[in-house]
Design a protein around this ligand. Structure first.
Ligand code: CUA
Length: 346
């Protein structure tokens, strides 16, 4: 019986160990989650192998002979065995509970001086805000520092997950949820929405980059300078005619807003290189605007702010998020309208 049990244990352990089931960890939290996962799994493998071993042995050793029609012997149980199979699992389950509780509490601990990053989720895009009101569409994190994310959603429930960082947390409208991540290796990762949040759910991703502390500091300083220059208004441009730079800046903001708002996840738009099929194509809006009795820019603006006002034939109302009128700044909205309607090219 032991031989069978041991063979089963070896096979299951090989399957468990030789296949890489979990992503390569990139955070302290993921290290702890991986430990917990294997702690529970190894216990399960041992118990499973033991039970299967006993079952297989019993089937082989105690099976009735073909001509044996007699009843089995009366059995009144085995008190020692019952105590053992109650006490041992109880101890194991308690151990798993204690390890999990310690890991949960450590993974929620942001330490005394975490980097605070605000996360805004919206169908179907992520945005981040660093201390000093620095906004970014890319999530850039410093190596080996606790990062505390405070997250909220503008519309429906989303979920924040970077597979290699382990931690996962719902992002819910109306409340602030938080999560702590402490990156342990530099590199590029992807933030993935893991809550079905609408037709563009699968496209709701954001790039993540982990940098050494010094590189992170200079990135943050650069973002800060860029934001300050933008707010100062046109003083940072060098060369070119006035109209040229103004148009360029507006076009750049339009393109940036198009990308950060996740428009390309649902709409085909050649200028942005997107090929989404969820919503109507934005490549030629003249016909649709005429049908709606509006100029192209007015039609585009209305469709962003109040998407259900005019719904193109063949598409459903209520799919396009109705929150962009609130979540975009006036500058962003103007630039986006100009970018999509193509009026800045004149
Ligand atoms: Cu947001 Cu799925």
């Amino acid at each position: 019986m032991l031989a069978i049990a041991a063979a089963a244990a070896v096979v299951t352990t090989l399957v468990a160990v030789l296949i890489r089931w979990l992503p390569h960890s990139a955070s302290e939290e993921m290290d702890r989650i991986t430990f917990t996962y294997w702690f529970a799994t190894v216990i399960c493998i041992a118990i499973f192998s033991l039970v299967i071993g006993v079952i297989v042995y019993s089937v082989l050793a105690f099976r009735a002979q073909p001509d044996d029609d007699t009843d089995g012997p009366p059995i009144h149980g085995n008190t020692t065995l019952e105590i053992v199979w109650t006490v041992v699992p109880a101890i194991l389950v308690i151990a798993i509970g204690i390890v999990s509780a310690i890991v949960l509490s450590k993974n929620a601990d942001a330490g005394s001086n975490p980097l605070q990053v605000k996360v805004f989720a919206q169908q179907f895009a992520w945005r981040f805000e660093y201390p000093g009101k620095v906004r970014s569409e890319e999530l850039v994190l410093p190596l080996r520092r606790h990062v505390k994310f405070e997250m909220t959603s503008a519309d429906v429930i989303h979920s924040f997950w970077i597979p290699q960082m382990g931690q996962k947390q719902d992002v819910v409208p109306g409340i602030m949820t938080s999560i702590v991540v402490t990156p342990t290796r530099t590199g590029r990762f992807t933030l993935i929405c893991t809550e079905l949040c609408g037709l563009g759910h699968a496209t709701m991703r954001a790039p993540v980059r982990v940098l050494e502390q010094a590189a992170f500091d200079s990135w943050l300083a650069k973002q800060k300078a860029a934001a300050g220059g933008g707010a100062g208004g046109g003083t940072t441009t060098t060369g070119g005619t006035d109209t040229g730079t103004t148009t360029g800046a507006s076009d750049a903001l339009g393109a940036k807003t198009f990308a950060s708002s996740g428009c390309g996840g649902c709409h085909t738009f050649a200028k942005a290189g997107s090929d989404g099929q969820v919503g109507p194509s934005l490549d030629d809006l003249t016909g649709a605007a005429q049908k709606a009795g509006e100029s192209v820019p007015d039609y585009v603006r209305q469709s962003i702010v109040d998407p259900n006002a005019v719904v193109v034939a063949g598409f459903q109302p209520g799919v396009m998020p109705q929150t962009f009128g609130d979540s975009l700044s006036t500058d962003e909205l103007d630039a986006l309208v100009a970018y999509v309607s193509g009026e800045e090219s004149q």
